[in-house]
Design a protein around this ligand. Structure first.
Ligand code: BDR
Ligand code: CA
Length: 311
């Protein structure tokens, strides 16, 4: 299996990404889950990550708390999408499993130093603060990372938190800029892909029809955050962003994209956090990312439904 660290700010869609990974031990081994401030403050993301592990009956999963604010900006959160807890929708019990001792950044550094080089993949599902902090503090780990597969950014679909920026990148543009420039092989799941991953009523019914605690909780989560996208964009369902990352590790052929140069806007307030992707190759800047654009949406939802039913 691919050995991964999930760096996350749950978030209902983060929750589904984690559940998909926990349900897929043949393809994915989770070395640890590192929480970061994003959709809601750190205290809640660290709690929500554990709620999800317990929902999946995997309380042995290691969960660490990381950075509580972006590198050099105030935290922007997204309760307007995810609710006050970040996981509004289902009624889930408070976690009893412990948070691990130690800081998430130290866990990331130690893991990359201890595991054989090129065997650990980082899967960021939120702002890139923990990853950038680890790279700053321990530059020696950068070349040991196998790959970074992340959800963030947008090109043709431009922004969801400002007209030009996607939330995860916008919250910590400095961190994103450093991670994109680090030289690690990058696979990016931008809004261009995730806006094709819409939880239509039929697809949500399939989750509910699993009939298990997990299936029903996932259906209730997507019911909740759907209100926002339906009202805001008039779409047929909410985009299930973050599971694109873990689905890619299981079935990469569901996705298509291009190797392009991607750099992050960190100066202009107007376009702060924009992922400037050279989609048409109009510069000779080095190609640093496989920037996805296409998705087999039905294949994606079939995979999710099949895997969630295993938990
Ligand atoms: C991203 O922002 C968060 O609200 C979601 O969890 C996802 O990671 C989408 O822009
Ligand atoms: Ca997220």
């Amino acid at each position: 299996p691919r050995r991964i660290i999930i760096d996350t700010d749950p978030g209902q869609d983060d929750a589904v990404a984690i559940l998909l990974a926990l349900a897929s031990p043949a393809e994915i081994e989770i070395l640890g889950i590192t929480a970061v401030a994003g959709n809601v403050p750190l205290e809640l993301t660290a709690k929500n990550a554990r709620i999800i592990c317990e929902l999946a009956r995997k309380p042995e999963t290691k969960v660490f708390a990381g950075c509580d604010r972006p590198l050099d900006r105030a935290l922007v959160t997204a309760e307007h999408v995810h609710g006050q807890t970040g996981l509004n929708g289902p009624e889930l019990p408070d976690p009893t499993m412990p948070l691990q001792d130690g800081h998430a950044v130290d866990f990331i550094i130690d893991t990359l130093r201890t595991e054989p080089a090129g065997t650990v993949t980082l899967c960021p599902l939120g702002p890139l603060t923990n990853i950038a902090t680890a790279f700053r503090r321990a530059p020696d780990i950068v070349e040991r990372v196998q790959e970074i597969v992340l959800m963030g950014g947008a090109y043709f679909e431009v922004g969801n938190i400002t007209p030009t920026a996607e939330f995860n990148i916008y919250v910590d543009p400095a961190a994103a800029s450093e991670v994109f420039a680090a030289g690690v092989p990058l696979v990016v799941m931008p809004l261009d892909v995730t806006h094709k991953a819409l939880v239509t009523p039929d697809r949500n019914d399939s989750f509910r029809a699993i009939g298990s605690r997990v299936g029903i909780a996932v259906a209730e989560m997507t019911d909740f955050f759907e209100r926002f996208d339906k009202e805001k964009y008039g779409s047929d369902g909410a985009p299930l962003h973050d599971p694109c990352v873990t689905a890619y590790l299981i079935r990469p052929e569901l996705f298509s994209g291009r190797h392009v140069n991607v750099e992050i806007e960190t100066q202009s307030e107007l376009t702060m956090g924009m992922t400037v992707a050279d989609w048409w190759g109009v510069t000779d800047r080095p190609k640093n990312a496989l920037f996805m654009g296409g998705l087999d949406a039905q294949g994606y939802f079939d995979l999710l439904t099949e895997r969630l039913a295993r938990l």
